[in-house]
Design a protein around this ligand. Structure first.
Ligand code: GAL
Length: 639
């Protein structure tokens, strides 16, 4: 089909007369795939056990007649009101122990067996009825697992948490050791004493909280598997669920990605990183699938409705955003949603057909995008190669979310995004890698505050550098093991040998910054670092090392002891990239994104996205490409 194009289609929100117009407009816009059925449970099963599918037969028939593929969802993300009324015990429970009510969506407890039974029953109905429908090309299991109810603190969750812990630790001795319960008299003498982490008088045990987050993530993966197993009995079409690679980090997507047939993700711009955050989310989606093309299941044509102040996209921004996803390996560009709703919680969320109708900026750009994607069919299946990677691991983030740490100013996601942004400004295409993942294909690896780091991960990095790789390590990396126990002997713990620097104490900054000899500024964090073989590249004004480089085997380890300003970080990234022999994809002004997609047969394209208000030239060794202000040029490279 070339590059797929479309969005979530919710015809049940509209009178039947609209459906024919929808088909005509979809054809006009070049739409060739829509996601359907996502929130249709109450229409499919208005009362428990009574099903009404005729209206949906008509929808799928219309799509088939118009040559539009259906990405058919199981509707299990939003159980109908009868579910809450009949099974109140299956509703989610919040951190304060309050049971939530129906009236929104995702009103179910991921640990509830009743929910699972009802979800599998409707899944079976949908799969059996539609597996062989000609419109159905793929399956969309559920919707955004964990978007609103990732962690439920119910009795059902407590029971399942205990089982999960027994499987993990074998016995209470194992649990007590892993959680360090010798501290504050917390040793457990029976499994019945173990609960999900409900409110406590003061600071909770961090290992307990971390394990609950691991457990909760696992529960959601388990729900996916259960539905996928049912669908698989009826259909051999590919299945996925829409991840959120740029937000909602409550699910370990490294684990989840092993369960889907292909990766898809949803992305919405969020301040302050906006299109740079988009690039990260796209690179991460690609990396989760091992580099294979992926599906952008949702993004927005313009404003969302959930950010307080919802910025409408500027003219051409829709095109730039879509093309950035394409540049980074997406083979499908889809939106939430086809028609902007008139009613309901999301009536102020943009759609492909806005409230204003077709005489609108949005519709004109939607049509233009469809036409352009139609012309880019040859890119389908092409891939992106990255020589750099940035490490990212949920368990590290979850550990750092704990309230008691050296400074509340250190935010793991913020550090990751800041370091990724420096790679983005340098024009370096990066993958996202798990700390224990295979790094052998990279030359440069960035380690942004990977505080929780297993011995295996530390050895992985050592092996990478010994073999000639370059790492750039931020403060607060390599500090604790998987049980959140601190490595002894000085910081950065497991990475001390690799970086050739040892600090005996952290000095988080309280309300000031630290000046650097280079003229730069450090913030949030400082350390009393002493070198052990590393070369010093920059210092605080008192001579304490701020940036060091250590030769280790055939490679080099750069280490920073403070969070430096962007200009300084750009210099550090440039030096590390130069050590690694990593070049930008093309020569382009900062603010212009250039990514190469290529086929194994040698055909390749440079996707150039100009985020600036001025016309620019993008130069490669062979050619110069003109990219007008705010525009996107997809340039076929000469073989
Ligand atoms: C996603 C969700 C969609 C819609 C969208 C709004 O989280 O999957 O159903 O709510 O966000 O931005």
């Amino acid at each position: 089909m070339g590059i797929a194009y479309g969005g979530d289609y919710n015809p049940e929100q509209w009178p039947r007369e609209t459906w024919a117009e929808d088909m005509a407009l979809m054809r006009e816009a070049g739409v060739n795939r829509v996601s359907v059925g996502i929130f249709s449970w109450a229409k499919f099963e208005p009362e428990e056990g009574r099903f009404e599918f005729e209206w949906f037969d008509e929808v799928l028939d219309l799509l088939a007649d118009n040559g539009i593929e259906a990405c058919l969802a199981t509707p299990t993300a939003s159980p109908p009101p009868w579910f809450a009324a009949s099974y109140p015990e299956a509703l989610p429970v919040d951190t304060e122990g309050r049971r939530l009510t129906h009236g929104s969506r995702q009103a179910f407890d991921p640990s509830s067996d009743v929910y699972l039974a009802k979800a599998l029953a409707i899944t079976e109905q949908v799969a059996r009825r539609y597996a062989d429908h000609p419109a159905v090309g793929m399956w969309h299991i559920h919707n955004e697992y964990g978007c609103h109810n990732a962690r439920s603190y119910s009795e059902a969750a407590t029971a399942k948490f205990r089982t999960w812990l027994r499987d993990r630790y074998g016995d209470l001795d194992g649990l007590n050791a892993a959680w360090g319960t010798a501290f504050w008299s917390q040793a457990y003498s029976s499994w019945e004493q173990v609960f999900v982490p409900l409110p406590t008088p003061t600071i909770a045990n961090p290992a307990h909280v971390l394990d609950f987050k691991r457990f909760s993530s696992h529960q959601l993966t388990r729900l996916y598997d259960a539905e996928a197993t049912v669908v698989r009995r009826y259909s051999d079409k590919p299945m996925t669920t829409n991840f959120m690679t740029g937000s909602h980090p409550e699910i370990d997507l490294w684990e989840f990605a092993e369960h889907v047939d292909f990766v898809s993700t949803d992305h919405y711009l969020e301040r302050p990183f906006e299109h740079v955050g988009l690039a990260f989310a796209a690179d991460y989606a690609r990396s989760l699938g091992g580099g294979k093309p992926w599906v952008l299941m949702e993004h927005s044509t313009s404003a969302v409705n959930w950010q307080g102040r919802n910025r409408a996209k500027a003219p051409r921004e829709l095109i730039r955003n879509s093309m950035s996803h394409l540049a980074r390996g997406a083979d499908a560009i889809m939106f939430f949603q086809w028609r902007a709703s008139r009613q309901g919680a999301e009536k102020w969320h943009s759609g492909m057909v806005p409230h204003a109708g077709t005489d609108s900026k949005i519709w004109r750009e939607v049509r233009e995008l469809g036409a352009r994607l139609g012309d880019l069919a040859e890119l389908e299946g092409s891939t992106v190669t990255a020589e750099a990677a940035i490490l990212w691991d949920y368990q590290n983030l979850w550990a750092q979310e704990h309230e008691a740490k050296p400074t509340a100013d250190l935010d793991a996601m913020r550090v990751r995004d800041t370091y990724y942004a420096a790679l983005w400004r340098a024009g370096i295409t990066a993958d996202v890698a798990h700390p224990e993942g295979d790094l052998s294909g990279y030359r440069l690896v960035v380690v942004p505050a990977v505080y929780l780091m297993s011995r295996d991960a530390a050895e992985n990095l050592e092996r990478f550098v010994r073999g000639g790789g370059t790492v750039l390590v931020s403060p607060y990396s390599g500090i604790a093991d998987e049980t959140d126990a601190v490595y002894l002997g000085g910081y950065p713990g497991a990475l001390t040998d690799l970086v050739g620097v040892r600090s005996d104490e952290f000095y988080p900054l309280i309300d000031d910054t630290v000046a650097l000899a280079s003229g730069g500024t450090g913030s949030i964090w400082t350390e009393t670092a002493a070198t052990r073989g590393a070369e010093v590249r920059d210092t605080y004004l008192d001579g304490t090392p701020a940036w060091t480089v250590n030769r280790y085997g055939e490679g080099r380890a750069h280490y920073l002891t403070t969070f430096v300003d962007d200009a300084t970080l750009d210099r550090v990234v440039a030096a590390a990239a130069s050590d690694a022999g990593v070049e930008p994809t093309a020569e382009a002004p900062a603010g212009v994104e250039v990514v190469r997609r290529s086929h194994v047969d040698g055909r390749s394209w440079l996707v150039c996205v100009n985020h600036l208000d001025e016309d620019v030239k993008v130069k490669t060794a062979a050619e110069a490409i003109d990219v007008p202000a705010g525009e996107v040029v997809v340039h076929a490279e000469r073989a």
